[in-house]
Design a protein around this ligand. Structure first.
Ligand code: URP
Ligand code: ZN
Ligand code: ZN
Length: 467
């Protein structure tokens, strides 16, 4: 690609907002300033738009086997949905197979992405089988640019579930290995017991998914994981924080001076337990873990984003169709595959409910969707920044855009949307990955397979990014 000059827009970064032009050449940002000119550059009129660094979604599950089925979005439809939401990079969870290696997980996920990814991508590896050879293999992940691993404290009875001794050992090994440890924090033993008791009582409807995973179960596991990281003397990242009691554990750790990163997701702001409790089997469309909570948790979550206890807003995009997939649990809520689509809606939810309502600033919006994610996950400043030398991943955000969500205008491959009928204000008008247009005005414009793997590392920060 040649040169492109974005003119007339307002640059919005994590640190501030200002009027400037942005010059792009050979997939990189080369200059930001007033009244730039460049011979032969294609001019992009950004007037009335906010020029933001492309959003990063470090929590997606594309083509992932889970809950007895495979997620509905593959790397083409999933990255199309993400691009339509302003996302230019995803970091997806590659699952280690039982008996398999970490390298095997990376290879399998590389194949899934090949020829399909519309945007750039990286992987976290979910460790499911911590053998001695896997402990020795851990440092080689960082050498491959896969600088993070995930441990599931939940999902007892599946290969994902991990006991404390293994979680602790991974934490101990993580610093030397140069990988950040992410945790899904719910007490898997207690959830399994509560589920068994609910089913024995004949409580099989979708809402029992939430009633068997109460906030305390998430808070207990969150506090436990944080304390184990404290003993191991390493940072930790808690994904998909859904409720006030779990957030309180994170806040307390911050008061002690511990490095704890935390993510929350759009479904905990736009949806609630009332959706899960919808008539008949409709609630299955809202089954995810941790579950949707009572709305009373929201003020604490908003405050967490505002004060920085929650630094990341990820989608946890884990889509299943209603027909034949969610329906697997018609007579038993524990068989409903857990997860919701949200990559496309993530930024619009945050803008509509957060920025427009005055709960967070436009700069905090950019921080939690992009810059903090790049910093915390070891991809900064190549990603997550509008600075000379960074990849030209750019969103032209239109604050005037209004989108009524319906399944027919979604870009993913799901037969429903949990956001059906909701109207979101503000949205991406056009999206560029390394200067290449991938999305404009509702249409996918990019080439499937053009997304590139991004090497992440913590050589600059030693696992401890300042955000
Ligand atoms: O319900 C969810 N969140 N499904 C995806 C897997 C996970 O726990 O992140
Ligand atoms: Zn999880
Ligand atoms: Zn997830």
């Amino acid at each position: 690609m040649g040169k492109m000059l974005f003119t007339g827009g307002t640059v919005v970064t994590a640190d501030g907002s200002f009027t400037a032009d942005v010059l792009v050449e050979d997939e990189k940002i080369v200059a930001i300033g007033m009244d730039l000119s460049a011979d032969g550059a294609e001019t992009v009129d950004a007037s009335g738009k906010l020029i933001m660094p492309g959003f990063i979604d470090a929590h997606t599950h594309m083509s992932m086997p889970f809950g007895g089925t495979v997620t509905a979005d593959d790397w083409a439809t999933g990255t199309a949905a993400a691009a339509a939401g302003g996302t230019t990079t995803i970091i997806d969870f590659a699952l280690q197979e039982e008996g398999g290696t970490l390298a095997g997980a990376v290879e399998a996920w590389t194949e899934k992405a090949r020829g399909k990814a519309l945007i750039d991508y990286g992987f976290h590896v979910a460790i499911t089988d911590l053998r001695d050879d896997i402990k020795s293999e851990l440092p080689s992940l960082a050498e491959k640019g896969v600088a993070s691993v995930k441990i599931f404290m939940a999902y007892k009875g599946t290969p994902l579930y991990t006991e404390d001794d293994n979680l602790f050992e991974v934490l101990q090994l993580s610093k030397e290995a140069g990988v950040l440890v992410l945790v899904h924090a719910e007490n898997g033993d207690v959830v399994a017991k509560l589920q068994e008791q609910a089913l024995a009582r004949g409580d099989t409807a979708p809402r029992f998914h939430a009633l068997t995973r109460p906030p305390e179960v998430e808070a207990e596991a969150t506090g436990r994981a944080i304390r184990l990281a404290e003993v191991a003397g390493v940072p930790i990242l808690v994904v998909h924080v859904s409720c006030a009691p779990a957030l309180q554990e994170i806040h307390r750790a911050h008061e002690r001076g511990q490095t704890v990163y935390a993510e929350t997701c759009p479904q905990y702001f736009a949806l609630s337990y009332n959706d899960l409790a919808r008539e008949g089997f409709e609630g299955a469309k809202y089954v995810c873990s941790p579950p949707l909570r009572h709305e009373s948790n929201r003020p604490a979550l908003w405050n967490g984003l505002k004060v920085g206890d929650l630094q990341i807003f990820g989608s946890d995009h884990c889509s299943f169709n209603y027909r034949e997939q969610k329906e697997m649990g018609r007579d038993d809520f524990t068989l409903i595959p857990n997860g919701l689509p949200g990559a496309e809606e993530r930024a619009m939810v945050l803008w509509t409910l957060g920025v427009r309502e005055g709960r967070i600033s436009e700069n905090q919006f950019v921080a939690v969707l992009s810059t903090n994610q790049a910093r915390i996950y070891g991809a900064y400043p190549e990603k997550g920044a509008l600075v000379p030398g960074a990849d030209a991943d750019i969103v032209l955000w239109d604050p005037q855009l209004s989108t009524m969500v319906t399944v027919g205008n979604r870009h993913g491959n799901v037969d429903y949307t949990p956001y059906e009928g909701m109207t979101f204000e503000g949205g991406p008008a056009s999206v560029y990955v390394r200067g290449n247009l991938v999305y404009r005005d509702g249409e996918i414009m990019g080439e499937y397979g053009s997304g590139r793997f991004i090497q992440r590392s913590f050589t600059a920060t030693g696992l401890e990014a300042k955000v």
